[in-house]
Design a protein around this ligand. Structure first.
Ligand SMILES: [Fe+2]
Length: 336
């Protein structure tokens, strides 16, 4: 009887050792797989000129999906079929501020966007710390590069403004002024895109916008340099207001819970027309609110959860101990 129990425990030791080894290898491999070496970079087109001289431009504005893959991919599919030349993503893309999570996010975005160029700016949920003086965008920048940049498309200048700390990043106003001084006169139109809008004119008085003092300085600067259009996200509700003498568009969400009169997912489709006009249509997308939980767990949770790796080590050591100590006297197991 004792021999029988000993043989069974010895076999159990093998099972524990194999399970522990598999868990350790899986955790390690997922950490390595998403460490960035094999993930697509989505660097911003900083300082680039696309289609110089072109006068008619069509682009989409979306954001606030926090890796809800089902609605996000439905929105991207709709944008791809809309005729947009490119898309501006106004932030709040991630759920965890780890490089592995951002690498997976970039893979999903690249896959969903196909040939469509997507230019991003970070949101408050993409940064680790709300303190604008801290390196809160460490993981974001590892995949998406710098947060503030400009590029030109046709006859229009596009500037990304970093408001991921729910205020202007340190030195952002000065950077904006330098770009405007150097580049504004070369372009017919100026489009600024960012995460947090400068205004919140909803009646609830929630004030999900930039601090008042910063808004005054920003408005004065953008008025001086003839702002054409300002686009943002963050409020989870479609809005069309005015700021610094130009239209201000706030995009509905592409995955987070929507608010306002129409909480459905959606995006803005903007046309900068050849005659100088601007048309904007808020397009809605019907989709479930799910995410790919298995892919999310493997890419962003399992490899970030130290206790799973430690559990694997404990199982492996326990199993090895049982194999050594409970080895049957004749050296044969039941399975042999
Ligand atoms: Fe936000």
């Amino acid at each position: 009887m004792l021999d029988f129990i000993r043989r069974k425990s010895w076999l159990g030791g093998w099972i524990l050792a194999v399970a522990g080894a598999v868990l350790c290898i899986l955790c390690y491999e997922l950490l390595r797989r998403y460490d960035g070496h094999a993930s697509p970079l989505m660097l911003p087109p900083a300082g680039r000129f696309f289609r110089p001289g072109e006068t008619g431009i069509c682009f989409a504005v979306f954001g606030d999906f926090r890796i809800q893959t089902e609605p996000f991919e439905a929105v991207m599919k709709s944008i791809r079929g809309s005729g947009a030349d490119f898309a501006l993503c106004v932030g709040d893309m991630s759920r965890k501020r780890e490089i592995q999570h951002f690498c997976w996010l970039a893979e999903r975005m690249k896959h969903a966007a196909g040939d469509l160029a997507v230019f991003c700016t970070p949101g408050n949920n993409d940064r680790e710390s709300r303190d604008p003086r801290e390196n809160g965008l460490r993981a974001y920048k590892g995949v998406f590069g710098q947060s503030g940049y400009w590029f030109a498309w046709g006859d229009s200048l596009f500037i990304s403004l970093d408001t991921s700390a729910e205020r202007l990043a340190a030195g952002e106003l000065e950077r904006l002024e330098e770009i405007l001084k150097a580049e504004r006169d070369r372009f017919r139109r100026l489009v600024v895109f960012t995460h947090v809008p400068p205004l919140d004119l909803r009646r609830e008085g929630r004030k999900e916008c930039l601090p008042a003092g910063e808004v005054d300085d920003l408005e004065a600067l953008l008025r001086e340099y003839r702002l054409s259009l300002f686009v943002a996200g963050h409020q989870h509700a479609e809005a069309r207001w005015e700021f610094a003498g130009a239209p201000l568009l706030v995009t509905p969400t592409s995955g987070q819970r929507g608010e306002g009169k129409d909480p459905r997912y959606g995006y803005w489709l903007v046309k900068l027309l050849s005659d100088g006009g601007i048309s904007a249509e808020c397009r809605r997308v019907e989709a479930g609110d799910g995410t790919d939980m298995m892919a999310y767990f493997l890419s962003s949770r399992m490899n970030q959860t130290g206790w799973l790796f430690r559990l694997g080590v404990v199982l492996l050591l326990t199993g090895c101990g049982m194999i050594c100590l409970l080895r049957p006297p004749d050296g044969k197991s039941d399975a042999a």
